[in-house]
Design a protein around this ligand. Structure first.
Ligand SMILES: O=C[C@H](O)[C@H](O)[C@H](O)COP(=O)(O)O
Length: 235
């Protein structure tokens, strides 16, 4: 079965492989999205079989999935560490020769602020994707979570960086997407991003931007599920 961005089988293989790496006593960061959902599902089965973990979700969605799977859920300020974060991505640079190898765009589900907090805190951050996410160069729109009354001035600053901002609209509701944190999302098209680290720094400096969806130098590994196997990239 084909879903947006890849097959269910490829996502399942990536998610299940990441879940298999989780050991007893681990504090796990749970990312957001359809691929991470496969990992949460697999972790739920492992917990039912006796695996003892605590999970720190990155969103309302991942918290709800974890609770449905009977995975013990805790909060970031209630743990002294996160051992492993498992999270999806919208694009991953897969170009070993490039300095941006392993850089990501995240935030297709508007969860990137809390995802970055948890993924960056984790001792190890594993990305789970299907092959449709791999690219030589990042070129998707970069989501910016912005304070609601800042969206227009942030948009102006994005244009100064030669980006084209679009306020993300909700489906099933009139008006914009509102994040789990009560903010809005600007999807910013920059074309091909040759220096993601440089763009990340510039975006971080814009007042009113809560967080952007460029994850540069954060991932430790990417598990790429395919329809009949799995490939692992270690960084
Ligand atoms: O905000 C959402 C997240 O960054 C997701 O991890 C990302 O959009 C990938 O989701 P999926 O695995 O559904 O493609």
């Amino acid at each position: 079965m084909k879903t947006e961005g890849g097959t269910d089988e490829a996502k399942r293989r990536a998610g299940e492989r990441a879940a298999r790496a989780v050991e007893d006593g681990t504090v796990v960061g749970l990312g957001t999205g359809s691929t991470t959902a496969c990992a949460i599902d697999a972790l739920g089965r492992a917990v039912a079989d006796g695996l003892e973990i605590r999970a720190v979700p990155t969103s309302f969605q991942s918290r709800r999935l974890a609770l449905e799977a009977d995975i013990p859920v805790t909060e970031l300020d209630a743990v002294d560490r996160i051992d492993l974060a498992i999270d999806g991505a919208d694009q991953v640079v897969d170009q070993p020769a490039a300095s941006a190898h392993g850089a990501l765009i995240k935030g297709g589900g508007a969860a990137h602020t809390r995802e970055k907090l948890i993924d960056a805190t984790a001792e190890r951050f594993v990305v789970v994707v299907d092959p449709s996410k791999l690219t030589d160069e990042l070129d998707r729109s970069v989501p910016l979570e912005v304070l609601p009354d800042a969206h227009s001035v942030v948009g102006d600053r994005v244009r100064e960086l030669s980006g084209e901002p679009t306020l993300r609209d909700a489906t099933g509701k009139d008006g914009p997407v509102v994040t789990d944190n009560g903010n809005l999302v600007l999807d910013c098209a920059f074309g091909a991003i040759s220096e993601p680290g440089d763009l990340a720094s510039r975006l971080s400096r814009i007042p009113g931007v809560v967080e952007h969806g460029l994850f540069v130098g954060l991932a430790d590994a990417t598990y790429v599920g395919t329809d009949d196997g799995l490939e692992v990239r270690e960084y």
